[in-house]
Ligand binder design. Sequence first.
Ligand SMILES: [Zn+2]
Length: 144
Amino acid sequence: MAEKLLTANEKTPGGVASAPSFKFSELEFYDKIPPEYMANAEKLLTNLQKIRDKVGKPLVIMSGYRSWERQQIVNPTVKKSQHMTASAADLKPPVGLSATELHKIILDLIDKKVLYNGGVGLYVKENFVHYDVRPEGPARWQGN
Ligand SMILES: [Zn+2]
């Protein structure tokens, strides 16, 4: 895990063309993304790159793609999670930034139409921000 933190979001071989700081594997530490969801994953990473560029520091993806089976373990009460279509990432704020501040940066980028207006959830106690590129458009919420 420590090695992943050091290499995350650097321009390394295998980076996604539209999101060179990221690799698809950063969404895959539980399960491989099925081919039918790769377009969602690319759209997600393209948008995460814009957040990363604004923040100016590596963003660590705490949770990316989840298979149906994984979702039953992680959060069984949510039956239709955007994580299950490779459309969502839970982002740990970089050192020096709170989850609240990262959340505000994301909402500002959406307001400026830099970022796709999908789902954004703030989790202050658990210290992460959920961002997704759901096709049906905006959703906002606050978790724990
Ligand atoms: Zn999430």
